[in-house]
Design a protein. Structure first.
Length: 257
C-alpha cells in the first residue's frame, strides 16, 4: 500500500524522527488490513541485533541509481511474497531474462519461505520492507522503527535460508534519518524509487504502462507490487513493458548498493 505520490513525490524526502510518544498499537499494518493475507501472522520474538562479522555497513543515502549504468533499469517488486502473484512475476522475469529486487514484508516472508527461496535461487535480490508495512513509520518512536526493520531483516534472512536483504525500503517512503542509518549499519542500503507505476491502485494495464513510459525520464528505479490485492494488471503490464524496454535499448540491473 502506498502513501507516496507519483514520480518524484517523495524523491529525496527525509522525514525527521518522530518526537511525540505514539502508541504502538496505532502502527498496525495498513497494508495487512487491505491485503488480508498476513493480518493474523505474529512476528517471531527476537533479541536485539548484534554486530556480525559478515555485516558491512553501507551508505545511508537513499539509492536511486542503477548498477547497469546510464541505460539501466531497476525493477523493484513490493509487498510480497504472495503465493498467487509472486510465481507469475518470477515466470515473467525468467522469460525475459530480467533480474529484479523484491522488497518483502516480514510477515509475508515468514509465511511463504518457499517463495523467498525461489526468488533467491532465480538470482534476484532481497529488500527489507518492514514487518507490517506501516506507512506512518516515520511518525513512530525509534524503538518501533528498530523493531520493524530488524525483525523483518531476521524473518527474511531465515525464510531465505540465510541470504540477507541488501536493501531497506520504508513503507510508503516513510524514511527517517534514524531508520536510514539503522538499515545502513546492517548492510541494507535505503532504497527509493523514481517511477511509481501506480499499479497498487489497479488503474488498468494501459494506465500502468503509460505511467511508466511517461515517467521513465525521472530515473531508473521502477516500483511495482506482487501482493496486497489482485495483481493481474501488474503482471499484464510487465509482460508488455519488459520486452518493449529491451527493444528500446534499456538493460535491467540492480540498484546501487
Amino acid at each position: 500500500m502506498a502513501r507516496h505520490g507519483s514520480g518524484r513525490g517523495w524523491y529525496g524526502k527525509v522525514a525527521g524522527a518522530a518526537l511525540g510518544v505514539t502508541m504502538l498499537a496505532t502502527g498496525a499494518s495498513l497494508w495487512t488490513a487491505q491485503a488480508g493475507t498476513a493480518g493474523n501472522s505474529t512476528p517471531e520474538a527476537t533479541a536485539p541485533a548484534t554486530p556480525s562479522s559478515d555485516v558491512k555497513p553501507v551508505a545511508a543515502t537513499i539509492a536511486h541509481a542503477s548498477e547497469a549504468g546510464a541505460r539501466g533499469i531497476n525493477i523493484t517488486i513490493d509487498d510480497g511474497p504472495d503465493p498467487v502473484w509472486t510465481p507469475q512475476v518470477l515466470d515473467l522475469l525468467r522469460e525475459y531474462g530480467v533480474k529484479a529486487t523484491f522488497c518483502m514484508v516480514g510477515t509475508q516472508a515468514q509465511a511463504h519461505p518457499d517463495l523467498v527461496k525461489k526468488v533467491v535461487a532465480a538470482g534476484h535480490r532481497l529488500c527489507d520492507h518492514s514487518v507490517s508495512h506501516n506507512t506512518a513509520m516515520d511518525k513512530q518512536p525509534q524503538a518501533y522503527q528498530s523493531q520493524q526493520i530488524l525483525d523483518a531483516e531476521r524473518m527474511i534472512t531465515k525464510a531465505s535460508g540465510g541470504v540477507r536483504p541488501m536493501y531497506y525500503r520504508a513503507p510508503g517512503g516513510a524514511f527517517t534519518p534514524y531508520s536510514r542509518n539503522l538499515a545502513a549499519s546492517r548492510g541494507m542500503r535505503p532504497l527509493g524509487w523514481n517511477v511509481d507505476s501506480k499499479d497498487f491502485e489497479r488503474p488498468g494495464t494501459d494506465a500502468i504502462v503509460a505511467t511508466v513510459e511517461r515517467e521513465l525520464h525521472n530515473g531508473p528505479t521502477l516500483l511495482f507490487h506482487d501482493a496486497g490485492g489482485d495483481r493481474t494488471q501488474t503482471v499484464q503490464a510487465l509482460r508488455r513493458l519488459l520486452p518493449r524496454l529491451k527493444e528500446q535499448g534499456y538493460s535491467f540491473g540492480f540498484p546501487v548498493h
